[in-house]
Design a protein around this ligand. Structure first.
Ligand SMILES: [Ca+2]
Ligand SMILES: [Ca+2]
Ligand SMILES: [Ca+2]
Length: 602
């Protein structure tokens, strides 16, 4: 890690602050460039049987810089980058960015040694190569860039044996791929396949964040109540995204109003609350976080008694708009909903659904489409007659381009137990009805419905003048009794780089609060700045691990025994001075490559 010292002048004072620069590609990492915008270090473009396969450089698409390689291969001929070099490091990764043109088939491959042995990259050797950090597979999306890494050591390259080429083998027909940013890199990343703690481990939860959005069967955004500590609002879609096999959190300085509260920072939090909880086991996440004063990333667990309230009182609403009549490019899109009735404790989050394949005349709780956990907006404290306005421009552009309808869900994520009523498409006064304003033109709603849980889960409420949103309050999350807060990783930017912290809290957060804490845990340098944070939780025992090494443990009869759920959060502030003197242009991120949980099968 590189330490730089900066002197900044804020509000007339000189402040001395340390910055750890975490995102510095290609600095102090052992690597050899093979292709960026042109073949380097003795490499050249390569193809077999030139009448059938071809190879050129192009301007579009490129992953980086100005040029990429275009590889065309036909009927099992091959093309790619000729390398003809012995890997320079003992443990070398051959890395490349790959883009498959839609409609193309063909196989990623490399050739090695004097005999030019061809190795196809497919399911049969998926543990030895990765795509976007996940075990190798050919089920990746077309027309977008992916990073592949080939762990050469695992392919048994002999000492002094070269890598001849990397590229594609054509299908029956013609395949067109693009390749860019090809490197030899020294492998310093941490790979574990099983918990480093003793046990007979069986995987019970895994998310590699390999989809385009957060998996609604695994996560919800925010806890069951709006109680996140710190000074940032949980800002939903503006601060959480999933791409390239990574979950990304962003914290930043920006005014954000929620109910009667105005926050000066935005952050985000997700949890497996209501989806996954477990008593004992090994909990692990691979995480990279910025070291910037003010940031407060965390990977932690809270106990859940499992009492969520009756499903019968749970209500959600669905709304759908047809985008067929929009002829122009979508420049702006605003969803407007009029509140019919609310209390000052009502809560509603506006989400998109993952499918728009439902109709108001048939939809029920049991058949409703899956809801994207990452909301557009979350409101509480609205009043009767208020208009809830939601900017949904990006989503409407995407749906329009895909030829799909737009579909939304209204949910009380926080179990506020208060009914919120919104005028529906069947409202008597047409001016009260939901509307989507695209480029200043109103688009009428085609379908809307309330769905209800429990004993009403098979009933349809499509023809109703009012849409209802309500969730029930369960007495469930607690650190009293046998509950505990397990902080596997938390970090305050004020500490400087290369540090983590572990802690256990119990008996609430008031006068009975008790805790044990690890003090600062220093991280070893890794090439990609990711670290593995793990916790071994057993009866009366907790052991914390970083990068496979046990760094702290605590034995006590008071160790929690209630099933607990997983939380990932990026907050701003925290104790120990981290809330003071935050840069005006503060932006911090936390990247999560995966979360895994195992259970010990005794
Ligand atoms: Ca390039
Ligand atoms: Ca309706
Ligand atoms: Ca991943």
């Amino acid at each position: 890690m590189k330490l730089t010292l900066k002197i900044r002048r804020i509000k007339g004072k000189f402040l001395l602050s340390f910055y750890i620069l975490l995102v510095l590609p290609h600095i102090s990492i052992a690597e050899t460039v093979l292709f960026d915008d042109y073949p380097q270090n003795g490499t050249s473009l390569w193809s077999t049987s030139s009448s059938e396969s071809s190879l050129t450089q192009i301007d579009e698409p490129v992953a980086d810089g100005d040029k990429a390689i275009v590889m065309s291969a036909h009927h099992w001929t091959q093309s790619g980058l000729r390398i003809a070099q012995v890997p320079p490091y003992e443990d070398t990764i051959l890395e490349a960015k790959i883009y498959r043109k839609s409609g193309s088939k063909g196989t990623l491959m490399f050739r090695r040694g004097e005999n030019s042995l061809k190795i196809n990259l497919d399911d049969s050797n998926s543990e030895f190569w990765t795509i976007n950090g996940e075990p190798g597979h050919n089920d990746y999306s077309d027309d977008t860039w992916h990073t592949i890494q080939i762990h050469l050591k695992h392919f048994n390259l002999n000492e002094g044996e070269n890598v001849l080429a990397v590229g594609i083998q054509g299908p029956y027909g013609t395949g067109i791929f693009y390749m860019d940013s090809v490197y030899f890199k020294e492998n310093k990343s941490i790979v574990t396949t099983n918990p480093p703690a003793p046990g007979n481990w069986v995987l019970t939860f895994e998310d590699d964040f390999n989809q385009n959005t957060l998996n609604p069967d695994k996560w919800k955004v925010g806890k069951q109540y709006l109680g996140m500590s710190g000074i940032a609002a949980n800002a939903g879609s503006e601060n959480i995204s999933v791409e390239n096999g990574m979950l990304m959190f962003k914290a930043e300085r920006e005014l954000f109003s929620q109910g009667d509260k105005t926050h000066h920072y935005k952050g985000a939090e997700i949890s497996t609350f209501g989806q996954f909880r477990q008593q004992y086991g090994y909990f692990e996440a691979k995480i990279k976080y910025d070291s910037i004063h003010g940031t407060w990333p965390a990977f932690w667990l809270l106990a859940d008694k499992g009492i969520y309230g009756s499903d019968t009182y749970r209500r959600q609403a669905l709304l759908k708009f047809s985008l067929d009549d929009i002829t122009d490019t979508v420049d702006s899109a605003l969803l407007k909903l009029k509140v019919s009735k609310a209390t000052n404790k009502s809560s509603v989050a506006v989400h998109k659904t993952l499918s728009s394949d439902w109709s108001q005349s048939t939809v029920t709780w049991d058949t409703k489409p899956k809801i994207d956990p990452i909301w557009f907006t979350h409101r509480y404290g609205v009043s009767s007659g208020d208009i809830i306005k939601v900017d949904v421009t990006d989503y409407i552009q995407k749906q329009k381009n895909a030829g799909s309808d737009a579909s939304f869900a209204l949910v009380d994520n926080y179990m506020r137990k208060q009914l919120l009523e919104i005028f529906s498409n069947e409202a008597k006064n047409s001016a009260d009805r939901p509307v989507l304003v695209v480029n200043d033109t109103n688009i009428g709603i085609t379908d809307d419905a309330t769905v209800r849980g429990g004993e009403y889960a098979k009933e349809n409420y499509g023809e109703v003048p009012i849409l209802l949103v309500k969730d029930v309050w369960g007495d469930t999350s607690t650190t009293f009794g046998r509950g505990m807060e397990f902080d596997i990783m938390e970090y305050l930017g004020v500490w400087g780089g290369g540090v983590s912290w572990a802690a256990l809290h119990w008996d609430g957060y008031g006068s009975k609060h008790a805790s044990v804490e690890s003090d600062k845990l220093y991280l070893n340098e890794t090439e990609d700045y990711f670290h593995l944070f793990g916790m071994h939780w057993a009866p009366n025992y907790v052991g914390m691990y970083i990068d496979g090494e046990k760094v702290w443990e605590h034995e006590s009869e008071r160790i929690g025994s209630l099933p607990s759920y997983v939380i990932l959060s990026l907050q701003v502030g925290g104790w120990d001075g981290n809330t003071r003197n935050i840069d005006d242009d503060f932006v911090a991120t936390m990247l999560v490559d995966y979360v895994k949980v195992w259970k010990n099968q005794e």
